[in-house]
Ligand binder design. Sequence first.
Ligand SMILES: [Fe+2]
Length: 125
Amino acid sequence: MDVDKMLIKSQQTELDAVVMYQKLATRFPQEGDKFKSLAADEGRHAAVLAKLTGKTLRPRKGLADGVNVLVSLLGKKFMLGKIAAFEYKAYDTYESLAEQFAEMQSVRGDERRHGDIVTSIRNGL
Ligand SMILES: [Fe+2]
């Protein structure tokens, strides 16, 4: 994938992750603050990417809705494991972007931290 496409795809994914974490915060008030803080981080990531792409994208609800359905079908613990894996995958995916854009280095670091936070929420259930 060329860099421009990768940046736009990443920007969209970050925006979608904001909605996903906001929805999880509403659904699970006990961990609401943690999910809201994750949502805020993803919003910052989307803003970093928006500066790089110069594009304004709209958040999509598909990811949040899908996660919500899967939580109901497969359980919260299962889904948090998937989300942690998704965060660690973002850390890997962002390796090349972080090499090319200095501002993506802290974004990349956040994704690994997110994986750890979501894993700790999962393990605390
Ligand atoms: Fe992110």
